[in-house]
Design a protein around this ligand. Sequence first.
Ligand SMILES: NC(=O)c1ccc[n+]([C@@H]2O[C@H](COP(=O)([O-])OP(=O)(O)OC[C@H]3O[C@@H](n4cnc5c(N)ncnc54)[C@H](OP(=O)(O)O)[C@@H]3O)[C@@H](O)[C@H]2O)c1
Length: 356
Amino acid sequence: MAQIESPEPTHAGAPRRRILVAGASGYIGRHVVTELAARGHEVVGLVRTPLATPERSGTDGPSPTPELRRCDPADPVSLDRDGFRGEAFDAVVSCIASRTGGIRDAELVDHRCNSNLLAAADRTGAGRFVLLSAICVQHPMLAFQRAKLAFEAELERSGLPWSIVRPTAFFKSLAGQVPRIKAGKPFLIFGPGDGPACKPIAEADLAGFIADRVERRAPDNRILPVGGPGPAMTPRQRGELLFELAGRPAKFRRLPLAIFGAAEAIFGTAARWLPKLEDKAEFARIGRYYATEPMLVRNPETGEYDDGSTPEYGTRTLRDFYRRVLVDGLDGQALGDQALFRAVPPARADRTDRAD
Ligand SMILES: NC(=O)c1ccc[n+]([C@@H]2O[C@H](COP(=O)([O-])OP(=O)(O)OC[C@H]3O[C@@H](n4cnc5c(N)ncnc54)[C@H](OP(=O)(O)O)[C@@H]3O)[C@@H](O)[C@H]2O)c1
């Protein structure tokens, strides 16, 4: 089983750094801000909507309150004037991402906003750039994956020290069927077989992994796929786990993949006359992709996905997460355990769930 290489001590004893986190209002961005602040770093978070002053973290000791700056990463002037303000940061971490995966939005956010951020980081002499990407870009078939790859290539060429973090599925993205199970309904599986496997990672563990990238003395300058602890799980195995924890006999319903193909064909055809429907066809493609492609490291020669080559990080398990959300529900889950940003509205419900 592959382990993340960690030759240098991080966290305890790491020097205090000044870090700018873009996408600080996002699900992972908030966890990253919380984690870095809890490790004693000075954090500036970029947000695009006004927020109330964040609360102090509950941790004892020198955990500085993050500063939030409002700016628009799509606008280089706003980024310089309101975001960076001419200051050099030890690291810039980007957790920005299209909330929908729509074609134009992905290009704007996953590519262009990140390019603007990189240019501002470069102009101000940032020490390194850490990008939150996604493991699915290994086998790109979707607009947001191509947009992410275009930016990854820019970052690698930029001359700035870099880390590209490509996580597998987040826990929250695998919780969509919890309310169904609680309501006594069957777990849905798309297509034949047990469905594509992934090695889910807790948001707080992913934030820890990203914070390690910032604290390492030598920058990674490499792409880092990462999953959570334990073996990969298929949708059927996740369903079985949910039923076991709910104390009910497992029930499954199989849905044909043709659902996605039909939606893609209908919206794809209609988009020739009504271009705004092209995103609907893209959402069907996203649905089919996640119903068929494993979220594990892929061998580019054979096209095989491999659990054993997918690095593991962290300690939190999907079992514990499911146990908790079966009892407490999903409300507030987006804020994590030590929410600093109680004033931030939860992630919009209209986003495309890109991992389950
Ligand atoms: N879900 C999974 O299982 C999974 C697995 C692997 C990788 N990933 C990747 O992880 C990344 C982050 O995921 P997440 O769940 O943390 O995302 P998220 O909650 O949707 O957060 C996205 C962030 O980007 C910002 N943003 C969106 N559109 C913007 C725009 N037009 N201009 C400026 N900022 C904009 C958002 O700001 P606002 O709050 O203002 O909208 C928010 O801060 C994505 O790249 C995703 O592909 C996800």
